[in-house]
Design a protein around this ligand. Structure first.
Ligand SMILES: [Zn+2]
Length: 121
């Protein structure tokens, strides 16, 4: 396999590393603050049934937001692992280089567009 022997362009990794590290701490802060809000949501529900359903909805929104943020954080951490392993910019599925255009748009991408689409299906 020729692609596996090709060194990923280091400048991509260096450029992405700083922005991914910034994203990682930003996302970690967001997860922490969502969890703080959610804990207040665990307080006894209001006696008023209409208010109660609003409170439950708020909790659900926060739970979904926390899930999404955690998944994003995981992906960013994963991309940083790939940088540390010297494999950044190489699709972890097919081993082909991920186009620079995609890395600029999605710095946390660890798969090329084709493989990412395939995984979603
Ligand atoms: Zn691929």
């Amino acid at each position: 396999m020729n692609a596996a022997n090709k060194k990923p362009p280091l400048d991509h990794a260096e450029a992405a590393k700083a922005s991914l590290e910034a994203r990682r701490s930003d996302l970690a802060d967001r997860v922490a603050s969502i969890e703080r809000s959610r804990r207040r949501g665990d307080a006894p529900l209001s006696a008023d049934s209409e208010e109660r359903s609003v409170e439950r909805e708020n909790d659900e929104v926060l739970d979904r937001l926390a899930d999404t943020t955690r998944r994003e954080l995981e992906q960013v951490r994963h991309a940083l692992d790939r940088i540390h392993a010297g494999r950044y910019g190489v699709c972890e599925r097919c081993g082909q280089p991920i186009p620079a255009q995609r890395l600029r748009a999605v710095p946390e991408a660890t798969r090329c567009s084709g493989c990412a689409d395939g995984a979603r299906r």
